[in-house]
Design a protein around this ligand. Structure first.
Ligand code: GLN
Length: 389
């Protein structure tokens, strides 16, 4: 057989997605890959049923259906504090996954550097490599996962093309404060760097933390490529609807990349999702309240089991400390956890640049009964997983 592409040699398939398959194999409660097991809003589903009988079965405009872009522009203009032009400042993509990949390909030449905070969402490493860029990692320090200004500036001195900002952050649950974002903004301006955001958890934030859109900081609109999606906000991860919002010169290029990668997101799903984009503010308040209750339920359950864990300010992930079990491989721990305890988790090493193997990630975007089922199973954790010395 001829040689396959060298481009993919330095990364594996996604461990997050792999852990979903492991959970299925063992019949474990799957708290690994972050997606809900409850229904999307009824109004969106009702509209989907109607749409199936209407005229939405052919390609939409490659950068997104007009109706969808208009509804999105209206919603995000309200939130981001500036008027977003649906005709020149938006590309609709197949999930934020495509948005991030297209953003990287829009800005990076082979050999360019991009700053990535560690821990980071798994995709960014592969995105950088596939687009020919080289990540420079800057650590975030627990418990609040703040960065050190001098370490960040040292990374900027290496003349990166962009910084990738996941806010609220997966997997550590950090919500960056205005002051932290301002510091990043000042460095981005000083070193003339783009900022690519991943803001898919923008509506899943726990009081008193607040989400600040990076593009809304003074002077940042021009250099920010804002990526997000409808997946988490409307519980429709399988619909693969995401988007990029940026100034027209950047969108012009991103549209080309998107056009040749995927042509476009699914037309009937865009039309049905417009219903969600037109929800009023109370929908987002209810969503945050629902996730706050789930977070509290799950954290209390973990506290009762005396397992040390992070407390997220946003998003729906928790990192658990498994040091006491003495495993050398967190991947093996997760396999044993799924098989013997019946709970699916993601090994922490998938998210860290540093050699971390004492953490696992669980998520709580599940019905309360699913969370109670997982907590019941975790009660036997110490009985079923013997300590290794
Ligand atoms: N963001 C989710 C997670 O971290 C899953 C995303 C995905 O698998 N595309 O688990």
């Amino acid at each position: 057989m001829p040689q396959l592409s060298r481009r993919t040699e330095t990364f594996t398939d996604s461990v997050i997605r792999r852990m979903t398959r492991v959970s299925l194999k063992y019949g474990a409660v799957n708290l690994s890959q972050g997606f809900p097991d409850f229904e999307p809003p009824r109004e969106i589903l009702d509209r989907l049923a109607e749409v199936s009988r209407e005229d939405f079965h052919q390609y939409s405009i490659t950068w997104g259906a007009q109706n969808f872009r208009e509804a999105l522009a209206e919603k995000q203009s309200r939130l981001m504090g500036r008027t977003i032009d649906p005709n020149s400042e938006i590309v609709v993509t197949c999930g934020s996954t495509e948005a991030m990949m297209a953003a990287m390909m829009t800005i990076a030449n082979p050999g360019d550097k991009v700053i990535v905070f560690s821990p980071f969402y798994e995709n960014y490493g592969a995105d950088a490599i596939l687009s020919g860029a080289e990540p420079i990692y800057v650590p975030l320090y627990p418990p609040d996962f703040g960065f050190k200004a001098d370490e960040l500036e040292a990374a900027f001195r290496q003349k990166p093309k962009a910084l990738i900002l996941c806010n609220p952050s997966n997997p550590c649950g950090k919500v960056f404060t205005y002051e932290e974002l301002k510091l990043i903004a000042d460095l981005a301006a000083k070193y003339d760097t783009f900022v690519i955001t991943d803001e898919v958890y923008e509506h899943i934030v726990y009081a008193p933390s607040k989400h600040v859109y990076f593009a809304s900081l003074p002077g940042m609109w021009e250099r920010t490529i804002s990526c997000s999606s409808l997946s988490k906000t409307y519980s429709i991860t399988g619909w693969r609807l995401g988007y990029i919002i940026a100034p027209p010169e950047i969108i012009d290029v991103a549209r080309k990349v998107h056009d040749f990668l995927t042509v476009g997101a699914a037309a009937p799903l865009q039309e049905a999702a417009v219903t969600g984009l037109r929800f009023g503010d109370e929908y987002y308040a209810d969503l945050a309240a629902k996730y706050t209750a789930k977070r509290n339920l799950f954290l209390k359950g973990l506290d009762d089991l005396h397992i040390a864990h992070t407390v997220p300010q946003g998003a729906y992930y928790i990192l658990l400390d498994i040091s006491e079990f003495g495993f050398e491989s967190d991947l093996e721990f997760c396999e044993v956890l799924a098989r013997d305890v019946g709970v699916g988790a993601v090994p922490g090493s998938s998210f860290f640049r540093e050699p971390v193997n004492h953490l696992i990630r669980l998520h709580f975007a599940k019905r309360d009964e699913t969370l109670y089922d997982a907590l019941n199973r975790l009660e036997d954790l110490r009985k079923k997983i013997p300590v290794r010395r």
